[in-house]
Design a binder for this molecule. Structure first.
Ligand code: CUA
Length: 323
């Protein structure tokens, strides 16, 4: 009884959030994955019920020794013919599903590299140039997007359950996944391969937009950073330069051209910071800068807890203004 309760509550917990669930598909690929899940589940239930029925029959209903010919029929029928037909049918159903994913020509290409523990995101424009962003993926509806996946140091896995399958990201070897999103919304993605101390803190938001909104957003994202608007933000830009943030981070249009950490050109417009772990409010920005190492264990960025509170506030004003 207790075991059953535990199992049932685990089942309930596993699907409590819709925006990161295979049970709430928002794209064609995820819809196919879900259909596959139900068909496979149905096949498994059918097999289990059949075996259960045979077991009940031979132990309860007809426990006496059965004629040899009957026994042989049961072994050949239930042990060979039935599984071959069932598994063959499931295989025939599932194999063709792999084809459209591989053959489809993507309308948009995005290069994603997994870092310790964040995501480098590059949108490839039709002329071959790239727009660099980080820790957030934006996709248009109704258009297949090809994701070219890489990893820098160790193996990670790319997974946005509401949009499609899961693919490993392997250092030195490019892998590929494509999505056809259909429902505008915000869906959570999560690294799905243990990759070190902060593996669980390696997430991101996927913002699915209408094609018009997406085109507008991409044009804005390709622009250089906006100049600081307020006096406080101007001072924040000075703190940014003084603390050497530009050695690791890029802010396009400024002297910050570091490549080690996430690009911050439009960090103020992102839905989350720290690779999906904080919401991006003023307090979150300040917390992340001052307590990086405790919020994200073993990350390359040190905690900037020596910055004076008013300087930290100015720095946050500057970063939040980078929209
Ligand atoms: Cu990256 Cu787990």
């Amino acid at each position: 009884m207790r075991l059953m309760l535990i199992c049932l509550s685990l089942l309930a917990l596993s699907a409590c959030e819709g925006r990161q669930s295979v049970l709430n598909p928002a794209g064609r690929d995820a819809q196919e994955v879900l259909s596959l899940i139900w068909v496979m589940f149905g096949g498994a239930v059918l097999l289990w019920l059949t075996l259960g029925a045979i077991f009940v029959y031979v132990t309860r209903m007809e426990p006496r020794e059965m004629p040899r010919r009957w026994g042989e029929m049961l072994i050949v029928g239930g042990g060979v013919i039935f599984p071959v037909i069932l598994l063959g049918a499931l295989l025939t159903y599932s194999l063709p599903m792999m084809k459209p994913q591989r053959d489809a020509k993507p309308g948009l290409k995005v290069h994603i590299t997994a870092e310790q523990w964040w995501w480098r995101v590059d949108y490839e424009l039709p002329d071959g140039s790239r727009v660099t962003s980080a820790n957030e993926l934006r996709l248009p509806t109704g258009r297949r997007t090809g994701l070219v996946l890489n990893a820098h140091k160790v193996i990670h896995a790319f997974w946005v359950p509401a949009l499609g399958g899961k693919v490993d990201m392997i250092p030195g070897r490019e892998t590929y996944l494509s999505f056809l999103p259909e429902e505008p919304g915000i869906y959570r993605g999560q690294c799905a391969e243990f990759c070190g101390a902060s593996h669980a803190l390696m997430a991101f938001e996927t913002v699915v937009m209408t094609p018009e909104d997406f085109a507008e957003w991409l044009t804005a994202e390709a622009e250089a950073a906006t100049a600081p608007a307020s006096g406080e933000a101007v001072r924040g830009a000075q703190v940014f330069a003084r603390e050497g943030c530009g050695a690791c981070h890029s802010v396009r249009g400024t002297r910050a051209v570091g490549q080690v950490g996430p690009d911050l050109t439009h960090v103020g417009s992102r839905k989350s910071i720290g690779a999906g772990i904080l919401n991006g409010s003023e307090e979150d920005f300040a917390r992340f800068i001052a307590h990086t190492e405790s919020l994200k264990p073993e990350v390359a960025m040190p905690s900037y807890d020596h910055i004076a509170p008013e300087d930290l506030r100015a720095l946050v004003a500057y970063l939040e203004g980078l929209t």
